[in-house]
Design a protein around this ligand. Sequence first.
Ligand SMILES: *Cc1c(COP(=O)(O)O)cnc(C)c1O
Length: 393
Amino acid sequence: MADNKRNFSTRALWADHLSPVAGSDIAVPIHHSVTFEYHDMDEWFDVALKRKAGHIYSRNTNPTVRSLEVTMSSLEGSEDAVSFSTGMAAISNTLHTLLEPGDRVVTIKDTYGGTSKIFLEFLPRMKVDCCLCETLDFDTIEEEVRKGCKLLYLETPTNPLLKVMDIERLARVAHEAGALVLVDNTFATMINQLPLELGADLVLYSATKYLNGHSDAMGGILCGPEELVDRVYHYREINGATLHANSAYLILRGLKTLELRIQRHNENAQRIAEFLDDHHKVDKVYYPGLPHHTHHDIARRQMDGYGGMLSFSLHGDFQDVKKLVPNLTHAHAAASLGSVTTLIGPPAVTSHVELTAEERRALGIPESLIRYSAGVENLDDLIEDLKLGLASL
Ligand SMILES: *Cc1c(COP(=O)(O)O)cnc(C)c1O
């Protein structure tokens, strides 16, 4: 067991207490205050100049938000962490901090829809050269990295086809080439996959998904070495994509049950994938835990669980998707993923709505594909629901 896997549940419950105050709360208080008062001008000066710990103004730091960041770095096993208003803010702030005109970044075609827009639309405007490789063509990725780049940006498993990338192999080559390696770990979470232990330098999350886990708060987190996290923090404090204390509290609360939830998500998704795989109306099932998955071997090596996300295509077209989705009673037809309740949707209107139909086709996303975020409901109920839904087609 990797060191960082030890006592996860204990750290998830206790790491949020920064420094005890006498007679203090056992739940982290939500500090709504925008600003923090100082009676001693010298002390104020010391805090402002970072000579002393403390909070000045909530766009920069806030006690509740800082509790989340400290907890996250404990859970991820990183030196530090910084939070953001959304996952996309984490991604854009990090990329805009690390990259400048003339730089080159190597990434994959299957990043999250919003992320790939940054690579295709916004970074090129800043004269950053973005090289989007075929996700599973590791040889080409290595070749492109060796040509020179500042950053290798990975995401695994990917959305919505659950492609699995070999983090260890690609991180080794990137480091030989002097590049930083960043992994979007939103789908797996640190319960199932620890990119830092596989060689990545930075890990980021849409906390809106599993970390919060209840679809009631948005957020983003970046974990990594203090020096890099500090630089991204500075970009964020000035550019202003700060996480709200109330959202920080809800994400902290989510983290307390993350291990329990992920265990259940893993179990439910595995069994549902196996059920769908045997169903005659289902064409293909994409889930890293199935032995026929393209990179089941890599997943088995680098993941402790295969996650709660799967997708499947029907023997049919979008009309069948339109019929099946509203027929399910234990699945919200909605965007997003990683919630305690099952969420279902076609990528065309959820994760890849930012892309054109041609771009989706180019990514190999079939028209009859359905993405399924298995919740933590009773497994038999979920399978029964799918059984009835599929029978109606
Ligand atoms: C949702 C998601 C994002 C974006 O996060 P938001 O919180 O919606 O801004 C980024 N990456 C992945 C893998 C996601 O699923």
